[in-house]
Design a protein around this ligand. Structure first.
Ligand code: ZN
Length: 386
């Protein structure tokens, strides 16, 4: 038997038990006893024989005469949605909503379920309308805001998402500022794609005002300023903010900072900054950059010595490949082959490694996403130290 059906049969069994008990009590007290409807049993029979549409027809007819079964209808509808049979779920919930005898809580629950059906079916406009209705019901307001937020994110309607997130944070007390800042960044990036630099800047500033720790706003501002050839000292300030906002994102700022210091012809300052970063936070990205600086300022031998000492404390395949590169030129030709072979293997291994991972669901990849494509949470994907 289909295990999914158990989900439906369990509440039904509970309901039948309650009904039987009530009937027993009724006959004891001499009241007129109600009987389990034969139609209901027929519906159940259809359901067990894998004829769900016939079963639904029976149940839908039945609900008009027996409002005791509202909860069972809700359970059946939710079950169909969970199984991906959204059209059946929609039929059941649409029919429920039409019934005038529903109390306000039942009506709200049926509206929520139908909204979820529409959302699952990709009918986002219809879902949005129902959740807007539900916002008026105090006990469902928070849930409705969350579903609306989900819809606006899917539609990339950031203005509505911002309004709804403020409403939700007022209603629930949750701090949604870091997420709202991302919505402003999304808008900023849309303006940037259209070439509207002024608006891009305005929205990035708003993002930072709302969430001063918004790494994304700093990185996007920094790259925007780079593309506009703005003052390199100011750009350095923007990228270096990331260190205080979230040091886990330091690997993202090494390369653009190097570009800035190069333009200013101040690579010694860059070396000093890398030394500070490595001392305070560690990490492979600053280590590799610093090794490269030693190679340019001194020689390959000293760079190799520096990196291999550091790798004792911070083992890294990338670092090892770098070390082999540095030693190859100083190695006798006969010994070069096995070394370069080891490097080739490491490079092959590294190609299979992700650069980023979601701390919530484990999703990993080579691209930085601000909203996890898998669990849809914001700010959960972090750079990895390889
Ligand atoms: Zn995730």
């Amino acid at each position: 038997m289909d295990y999914g059906l158990l989900w439906f049969l369990l509440p039904l069994a509970a309901w039948s038990g309650w009904f039987a008990a009530r009937r027993g009590f009724a006959s004891q007290t001499g009241n007129h006893a109600r009987r389990l409807s034969p139609d209901y049993l027929r519906g159940l029979d259809y359901l067990l024989n894998e004829q769900p549409d016939k079963a639904i027809d029976v149940f839908i007819r039945l609900i008009d005469v027996d409002s005791d079964t509202v909860e069972t209808h809700l359970a059946l509808g939710a079950l169909y949605r969970r199984r991906g049979e959204v059209n059946r779920a929609i039929r059941i919930h649409q029919n429920l909503i039409k019934i005038s005898r529903l109390n306000s809580q039942q009506k709200a629950l049926a509206t929520l379920e139908l909204g979820l059906d529409y959302q699952r079916a990709g009918l986002l406009d219809r879902a949005e309308n129902l959740f807007q209705e539900l916002v008026q019901v105090p006990s469902y307001r928070g849930l409705a805001y969350r579903q609306l937020l989900d819809i606006y994110q899917q539609e990339q309607d950031w203005e509505k998402a911002i309004r709804t997130a403020w409403d939700l944070s007022k209603q629930s007390g949750d701090n949604l500022k870091p997420i709202i800042a991302h919505y402003y960044c999304e808008q900023a990036e849309a303006f940037q794609r259209k070439g509207n630099i002024e608006q891009t800047r305005r929205f990035l500033e708003t993002a930072l005002n709302i969430d001063p720790n918004c790494v994304r706003a700093s990185l996007t501002t920094g790259y925007l300023m780079l593309s506009q050839n703005e003052d390199f000292l100011e750009i350095i300030d923007v990228f270096q903010r990331v260190e205080k906002q979230n040091p886990l994102f330091i690997p993202e700022i090494i390369q653009p900072l190097e570009t800035c210091y190069q333009h200013l012809d101040q690579l010694n300052e860059f070396t000093a900054y890398l030394q500070h970063i490595l001392k305070d936070y560690g990490g492979i990205a600053p280590l590799l950059a610093l090794t490269q600086r030693i190679r340019e300022q001194k020689d390959e031998q000293q760079a190799a010595l520096f990196i291999i000492q550091q790798l004792q404390n911070t083992p890294s395949l990338k670092g090892l490949a770098h070390f082999i590169d540095l030693t190859l030129n100083q190695t006798k030709e006969t010994e070069q082959y096995p070394l370069s072979l080891v490097k080739e293997i490491i490079v092959k291994l590294l190609k299979t490694y992700p650069f980023y991972r979601c701390k919530e669901c484990g999703f990993s990849g080579k691209t930085l996403h601000w909203q996890c494509p898998s669990c849809k949470q914001w700010n959960t994907i972090l750079p990895l130290q390889n």
